[in-house]
Design a protein around this ligand. Structure first.
Ligand code: PGA
Length: 264
């Protein structure tokens, strides 16, 4: 077992799934399952990222039952308030006790044309409101073929790092676009190689302390059957889990990667 330098983060990105009633049911089941299995949160942190409309319900449940589950949103506005119809301010997420917010998920980059500059503005907005941004970076299959795995994620990360300071707390999620929802994850070696290069990028821009402190997650077809291998990489500090986070048993098993728990 690799000793991890940083506390692992297992983050569930629900995407546009589950209304607020279904959200409550899933979080309750997740909490029971983790408890049943004697899950210890000392080395692994678990967080869920439900749709906006579920956040209040999930926050209330986490607070009422004192659950050791972090909460994040899937996006935020780069603005703080005002005439931006349909947007959600980081201030509102902060008021709902969100810990995290995803920024620049590949689905938002593709569906909403979010550029690296937009992602930087959103990361800055998150930091202004004391949220930890989880910046998603990753190459498409075409990028992979043309320029290799690391070039695009490194450039996406560099644009953001250059606009924030070394003390700012962010989480980076390396998500190869070709691995998302495809059932074909990157190999553990591929994930480690790019995560290690991303850590070097942080070191180059913000120095050793930031590089050692910052958590870098892998995302893309993570399951209970492949998480232990992925987590063996010294530079992989956790996972951003999509589809598999919608199943409480499976997500709990992923959080227990140290025990090699798998669900068939
Ligand atoms: P997946 O999604 O686990 O369903 O591949 C990961 C993500 O998009 O964050």
């Amino acid at each position: 077992m690799v000793e991890h330098a940083r506390k692992a983060l297992i983050a569930g990105n629900w995407k546009m799934n589950l209304d607020h009633l279904q959200a409550i049911a899933l979080v309750q089941k997740l909490a029971w399952t983790l408890k049943d299995r004697n899950f210890q949160s000392t080395t692994v942190e678990v967080a869920v990222f439900p749709p906006f409309t579920d956040l209040r319900s999930v926050q209330t449940l986490i607070a009422a039952d004192k659950l050791d589950i972090g909460l994040g949103a899937q996006d935020l506005s780069r603005h703080d308030s005002g005439a931006h119809t349909g947007e959600v301010s980081g201030a509102f997420l902060s008021a709902l006790a969100c810990d995290y917010v995803l920024v620049g998920h590949s689905e938002r980059r593709a569906d909403h044309g979010e550029t690296d500059e937009v992602c930087l503005a959103k990361v800055q907005a998150a930091l202004r409101h004391k949220l930890t941004p989880v910046l998603c970076v990753g190459e498409t299959a075409e990028d992979l073929e043309k320029v290799g795995a690391a070039a695009v994620p490194v450039s996406q990360l560099t644009t953001v790092l250059e606009g924030i300071s070394a003390d700012d707390e962010i989480v980076v999620a390396y998500e190869p676009v070709w691995a998302i929802g495809s059932g074909t994850p990157a190999t553990a070696e591929q994930a480690e190689e790019v995560c290690s290069t991303l850590r070097d990028t942080i070191r180059n821009v913000h120095g050793d302390e930031a590089a050692e402190r910052t958590r870098i997650l892998y995302g893309g077809s993570v399951k209970s059957s492949n998480i232990a291998g992925l987590m063996r990489g010294a530079n992989v500090d956790g996972a951003l889990v999509g589809g598999a986070s919608l199943d409480a048993e499976e997500f709990a098993a992923i959080a227990q990667f140290e025990k090699h728990v798998t669900v068939d």
